[in-house]
Design a protein around this ligand. Structure first.
Ligand SMILES: [Zn+2]
Length: 189
């Protein structure tokens, strides 16, 4: 993903190139696309550790991801996304080497992809609206590229794109810079 927001928003944009995120969901169900992307906390989503990680808060994965046969696997505590963004960068731990994503619904998948972008692009989070916008666009773009695999049809895609754009605009408090609109429109190119 190119950086679409102003220089200086991130202090280490693309410190680690993102390549593969393994996504898991219950095999007997398709992606639940009924959950709106409205800024509420994502339910039924967690980053599961597939390698030992002793520097991040952890919880049992099975507390957050269901129907996948998870038992004693550890996962990143849902409140520790910012810790992971900081510590993975500080220790230069490649996200792919320690994490996979469990998510069974559209809102969860979107936020998983959004957080995946945070993990690869470190920012001081002083420009919140811009920081979040970059990660939103990355999440939408990855969703677009993988829409067939994910089972995201045109109707769901259009709804998701509009919901994410509305959320992005709201962070600017009604005064949306032109560069932000350009970035939002980039997602489906
Ligand atoms: Zn974020």
């Amino acid at each position: 993903m190119p950086r679409l927001v102003p220089d200086g928003v991130f202090d280490a944009f693309g410190w680690c190139e993102s390549d593969t995120l393994v996504w898991g969901r219950p095999c007997e169900r398709i992606l639940d696309s009924s959950t709106p992307i409205d800024g509420s906390d994502p339910a039924r989503m967690v980053f599961v550790f597939h390698a030992p990680v002793d520097f991040l808060p952890r919880e049992l994965a099975k507390l957050h991801a269901f129907g996948m046969g998870l038992t004693d696997e550890w996962a990143l505590a849902p409140y520790a996304i910012d810790d992971a963004t900081d510590e993975l960068y500080a220790r230069r731990v490649r996200p792919q080497d320690v994490l996979w994503l469990a998510a069974d619904n559209l809102n969860a998948l979107f936020w998983g992809l959004h957080d995946w972008s945070h993990f690869h692009n470190h920012g001081p989070f002083e420009e919140r609206a811009w920081t979040e916008l970059q990660c939103d666009v990355a999440a939408l773009h990855w969703m677009w590229l993988n829409r067939e695999t994910l089972g995201v049809d045109d109707t769901v895609w259009t709804r998701a794109r509009h919901e994410v754009a509305a959320l992005g605009r709201s962070r600017f408090g009604g005064d949306v810079p032109r560069q932000a609109e350009v970035a939002l429109s980039w997602a489906s190119t």
